[in-house]
Write a protein that binds this ligand. Structure first.
Ligand SMILES: [Zn+2]
Length: 448
């Protein structure tokens, strides 16, 4: 009572003035910010990357390398001063996040230029950093090389005689732990493990070794992501502590018990459906060979083989392709089921593997998530947006368009929600507040 009485009474006329002022503010919307030094993208339909419904006639204000405000024109008035881009009739999405890439020693800058061109602004390098690649990633972080934001697993683990060749293949649990400690000293963002027989051609990394890797990684606070094929391995890896998977179950259909386990443990899957189709996709769609962005992102020797019609026919006829189609059908069904059960699906294209062109591959995977796994285009964009970003770091400042986030934006000339393939209809790309000069790079000539 005492405290209430101690508050001086507000004079009636002042209350009225406050009320009137509040009404006026409602009618005019919030006050505009000072626009000096800003870039404002006004009038586009905003798809913010979180899976939230699109916002028509949106205004996104960029200051420096950050998004200062984003929302509908009613909530975010166009500021006075600064640069204003009229984006009426266009569509704005966050810079794409791709969780599954392999870069080749000496081809890093070429790969990254292709990805920047395609609006892929955050990537995860998944276990193939050999030769100069780690040094190039450091150069990219230092701002000396044009590149997306790069997270990396360094070099990944497999069985000593496993696939791919040249990976870390510890013979004992203690050796495995030592290798994890080395990776921790290199400050990798995660540990990668291949757990697969590669169509019964290679031995799988031993379960005891896997568990030692995951345990040692946990002691250093490093997450583990596993390439999987078989359902049994997912169970074992989850038991060991793995939550993040690339590809998916491809040896049969999972039951309700598996679905419940995936939900309870918060598993995530980045399927690389586009990569799985690669063994027949080009042969069945040879018009792709006329697609500039596809051609530019494939290494010339591989492109030569694809251009050879006899070789394409052999790809379609091969027994291995037949096996891969069966595995693909299982995986597509698996990802569809996980998505329907609310398990998080993320985008990982496996760019750099096989016929997956950098840049193009990310868009190809978006299409596959919709066409083959039944995600809505809105959800596919979240798989390449906030969902993927959340897997890279605890409190991401990229992967969605909102106040305070990095100004990584892709402006499209056609609606990706009407047709997911419209993500390739790029008008411009902004990285950290700067419009990029886009263009397809030439394949690098070998050093003298
Ligand atoms: Zn891969």
């Amino acid at each position: 009572m005492k405290s209430l009485l101690s508050v001086p009474p507000v004079p009636f006329p002042l209350l009225t003035m406050v009320f009137v002022a509040a009404l006026a503010a409602c009618a005019q919307g919030p006050p505009a910010i000072d626009g000096a030094g800003t870039i404002t993208i006004a009038g586009a339909t905003l798809i913010d990357g979180t899976g939230a419904p699109p916002v028509e006639d949106a205004v996104v204000i960029v200051r420096g390398d950050r998004i200062e405000r984003a929302g509908s024109r009613q909530d975010v008035p166009v500021p006075e001063g600064g640069e204003v881009i009229d984006a009426t009739g266009k569509f704005l999405i966050p810079g794409l996040v791709d969780l599954h890439n392999h870069y080749r020693d000496g081809l890093e800058q070429w790969s990254w230029a292709l990805q920047l061109h395609a609006g892929v602004l955050t990537v995860r390098s998944l276990g193939s950093d050999h030769g100069q690649t780690p040094a190039m990633i450091a150069e990219a972080w230092a701002g000396n090389v044009a590149a997306p934001r790069i997270f990396t697993a360094g070099v990944g683990f497999s069985h000593p005689e496993g696939f791919p060749p040249g990976k870390l293949g510890p013979a004992t649990e203690e050796e495995a732990r030592e290798m994890v400690r080395d990776l921790a000293a290199q400050k990798v963002d995660l540990i990668k493990m291949w757990v697969d027989t590669f169509l019964d051609t290679r031995p799988k990394i031993e379960p005891g070794i896997r568990a030692a890797i995951v345990d040692e990684a946990a002691q250093h606070g490093i997450p583990v992501s596993a390439h999987v094929f078989f359902e049994d391995d997912v169970w074992q890896l989850v038991d060991a502590g793995v939550r993040s998977f690339v590809h998916g179950v491809r040896d049969g259909e999972v039951d309700d018990e598996f679905v419940a386990m995936a939900q309870e443990n918060g598993l995530t899957f980045a399927p690389a459906l586009g990569q799985a189709k690669t063994f027949w996709w080009v042969a069945e769609n040879p018009e792709l060979l006329d697609d500039e962005e596809f051609r530019a992102g494939i290494q010339p020797p591989l492109l030569e083989r694809l251009l050879d019609a006899e070789n394409r026919a052999a790809m379609l006829a091969s027994e291995t392709t037949a096996k891969r189609r069966v595995a693909f059908d299982y995986m597509a069904k698996f990802i569809r089921r996980m998505n329907e059960a609310g398990v998080v699906i993320t985008l990982g294209s496996d760019s750099g593997a096989g016929n997956i062109a950098y840049g193009w591959g990310t868009h190809h995977e978006l299409e596959a998530l919709v066409e083959d796994a039944g995600l809505t285009p809105l959800k596919a964009l979240a798989a390449a947006g906030a969902a993927a970003a959340a897997e890279l770091t605890d409190d991401p400042d990229f992967g969605s368009v909102a106040e305070g986030m990095a100004a990584d934006l892709v402006l499209l000339t056609a609606d990706p929600l009407a047709d997911i393939r419209n993500t390739r209809r790029i008008d411009r790309v902004m990285q950290a507040g700067l419009w990029l000069e886009r263009g397809l790079p030439e394949f690098p000539q070998p050093a003298e």
